[in-house]
Design a protein around this ligand. Structure first.
Ligand SMILES: [Fe+2]
Length: 344
């Protein structure tokens, strides 16, 4: 949680004595406080600066705390709201609960309880925030899984291809000491790299003979189609560019944009290598699976022309070393495993 001095609390109280004592108590615990003595003043302060917590009296000179609570819940859904109220006003308390008040400070109050009330609401809010984030990640991952399953259902030869490409991409990413966030982006880019093929006719996708000119033109559209699909999902914006460029060549003769060298995003350069490797060692409608060594030699043959030579050197070294069989587990697999445990 943030240090106390970075936590901003809005106190809305028109009774001078109560205002001073609450403010003094909050500031003695290090919180950064702003005060308001009316509903209009409080609304104004909320519009000008985000607050981590609001403490408001239910009775204000120009309205009441319930109106403020309604306003807060309109656009600051998660901000904890503590209502100061008199114990005899049961009906108002129930109304405040219905409107989303999180806690109450009942007059006459013992100010000693205030720090605990503040802290438990900040902690509860933090837990809710983490839970919501986890749920978002979970939905995102299951959506990705469904997209990959839909793609692979079109072509039995590519079953498991995205997952294997992702594992090898992660292997290279770990060798480059990428951060966890970047590794996850690389992993998602690999899982979704061919998602644009989802709209490709089966007659082209599964064709065993070489493609006609028009068919080849259609097939070459999949990086652009894929990056457009993924680009619509805000959380996957970084992934979109890697998908668009995974068929660029280091010498500039690839597609769709003919980018060359380091103008091609690093993750797209990694994908192009591990995608080619995985295609060579797997059975395809147009070829039988080849050995690991043959695939690595093929990458080396095209190093500097099709592929980034430094990345080819890293990947081939990794694949020829003894511990390459230790293919890394994907973060997406961990997230799904965590989800399954929670669902039991
Ligand atoms: Fe592709």
């Amino acid at each position: 949680m943030k240090p106390a001095n970075e936590i901003k609390i809005l106190l809305v109280e028109d009774e001078r004595v109560a205002y001073r004592s609450i403010m003094r108590m909050l500031e003695s615990h290090g919180y950064t406080c702003v005060g308001a003595t009316s509903l209009a003043d409080a609304k104004n302060r909320l519009r000008n600066s985000a607050q981590d917590l609001v403490i408001s009296d239910i009775t204000l000179p120009d309205g009441n705390g319930l109106d403020l609570l309604k306003e807060v819940r309109n656009y600051l859904i998660d901000t904890p709201f503590v209502m100061i109220t008199a114990s005899e006003k049961k009906g108002l308390i129930q109304e405040a609960i219905r409107l989303g008040a999180n806690d109450f400070l009942t007059k006459p109050f013992h100010l000693d309880n205030l720090p605990t009330i503040v802290e438990r609401n900040l902690i509860r809010n933090k837990i809710n925030h983490l839970h919501n984030r986890q749920q978002k990640v979970s939905v995102l991952i299951r959506t990705i899984q469904a997209l990959i399953a839909a793609l692979e259902a079109k072509d039995s030869y590519t079953s498991g291809h995205s997952m294997r490409v992702a594992r090898h991409a992660r292997l290279v990413g770990e060798a480059l000491h990428l951060s966890d966030d970047d590794l996850f982006t690389l992993e998602l880019s690999a899982l979704l790299h061919d998602i644009g093929k989802i709209g490709m006719p089966d007659s082209i996708l599964n064709k065993t003979s070489s493609l006609e000119e028009m068919e080849y033109k259609t097939a070459k559209e999949h990086p652009v189609v894929g990056s457009r699909i993924v680009g619509k999902i805000e959380e996957l914006r970084k992934v979109s560019a890697n998908i668009r460029h995974h068929h660029e060549r280091f010498d500039g003769n690839g597609y769709p944009d003919g980018l060359a060298g380091e103008a091609i995003p690093l993750f797209a350069r990694i994908l192009s290598i591990v995608d080619a490797y995985e295609s060579i060692v797997s059975a395809r409608s147009y070829h039988a699976p080849q050995s690991t060594e043959k695939a690595l030699c093929e990458l080396e043959k095209n190093s500097g022309t099709q592929f980034d030579p430094e990345l080819v050197a890293i990947f081939t070294k990794l694949m020829r070393s003894d511990d390459t069989r230790r293919v890394p587990r994907l973060q997406i697999e961990n997230e799904l495993a965590d989800d399954d445990i929670k669902e039991v």
